[in-house]
Design a protein around this ligand. Structure first.
Ligand code: SAM
Length: 324
């Protein structure tokens, strides 16, 4: 461990990288129609360098996201290069292209895979995702299971008067397939018209619905880099997590940085602060000079985030451009 790491105790252990802001879906809570507006400055070489240098400062896990990360033809190459630096590589996808890439991603060293899936009713899925084909996602999940991904996670964003009727289907599907199902509170990132108060569904309500029908959820502690309150549901033998970014924010001790497809480091989902690292991405030496500054900014950002209203989120970018 370097001296610099000791100087900056808010070590960043987790880096979320948005490979592109293009997406093959238009989820109602994620974007306002914009897509593919950012210059994609991240190459596998640059990302390997950035992640490799951050590892000297405590980084352990890199999660690839987007937009839709599998729209990048070189997505597998990103995984291979990050994995060979001894970092744990994870990926979040909508699953539409997973059937094609699952085996290659596994072979390249991908360890953790999350698939976003808000509904199992095909029409409701199409409605929330802006026209997505549920069959393709389900085929992608099957391909990922065949490829040998363990503890595959399903992430469902909770939307009032929408998700309540999907809870049973999602739980039973997760149980049959052996998946870890997580519900995610809707976060008003980027001032979309979709974010009206009546759309917010606190996860306590989902917990209540589950326990009423299936019996008590046993707490397992925090998982998913600390964001998820994980539980086990004995009656179905399924793991269920709750990510409460609004009703119970988990800012204290946050060790996560985000890198956008246009090369900006973001310190927090709640603020608009960002730092352009593109001038430094071609040199390990330059990166080593700049990273202590990023860590200090992260530490200050954590202090600030703890003082913000829980409903306060970034306004300048929507999720599609931050990467979730
Ligand atoms: N396209 C990939 C996917 O769908 O998983 C990766 C990018 S997407 C932005 C990452 C995650 O952010 C998805 O699970 C998505 O549901 C979630 N997300 C997007 N907007 C959100 C919001 N406003 N509140 C909570 N989660 C959101």
């Amino acid at each position: 461990m370097s001296n610099l790491t000791q100087t900056f105790p808010a070590a960043v252990r987790y880096l979320r990288i948005s490979l592109t802001d293009r997406c093959n879906l238009s989820c109602l809570y994620c974007r306002a129609g914009e897509s593919g507006s950012a210059a994609e400055v991240l190459t596998p070489e640059r990302v390997e360098r950035f992640a490799g240098v951050l590892k000297e400062f405590g980084l352990r896990t890199v999660r690839l996201t987007g937009g839709e990360p599998l729209l990048r033809p070189d997505a597998v190459e990103f995984v291979r290069r990050i994995a060979r630096r001894g970092l744990e590589v994870a990926l979040t996808t909508n699953g539409l292209l997973l059937e094609k890439y699952a085996a290659a991603l596994k072979e390249a060293g991908l360890r953790r895979l999350n698939v976003s899936l808000d509904a199992l009713d095909p029409e409701k899925y199409a409605e929330i995702s802006g026209g997505g084909d549920l069959r393709k996602v389900l085929k992608g999940i099957d391909a990922a299971l065949r490829a040998g991904f363990e503890e595959l996670k399903l992430n469902a964003v909770a939307v009032k008067n929408f998700t309540e009727a999907e809870v049973d289907r999602l739980l039973e599907y997760a149980a049959v397939k052996g998946l870890h199902l997580r519900f995610v509170e809707l976060m008003p990132v980027g001032r979309l018209p979709f974010f009206t108060e009546d759309r917010f569904l606190p996860l306590d309500r989902i917990k209540e619905l589950i326990e009423k029908k299936y019996g008590r959820l046993e707490p397992l502690g925090r998982g998913g880099s600390g964001a998820s309150e994980d539980h086990f549901l004995p009656s179905l033998g399924v793991k269920v997590g709750f990510i409460r970014g609004v009703s119970k924010p988990f800012c204290a001790g946050c060790a996560k940085l985000r890198l956008t497809a246009d090369g900006r480091v973001r310190f927090c989902l709640r603020t608009d602060r960002e730092f352009d690292v593109t001038p430094y991405l071609d040199s390990e030496e330059e990166l080593r000079k700049i990273i202590p500054l990023l860590l200090e900014k992260k530490r200050l950002s954590n202090l600030l985030a703890e003082r913000l209203e829980p409903t306060r989120f970034s306004e300048s970018r929507t999720m599609i451009s931050i990467g979730g």
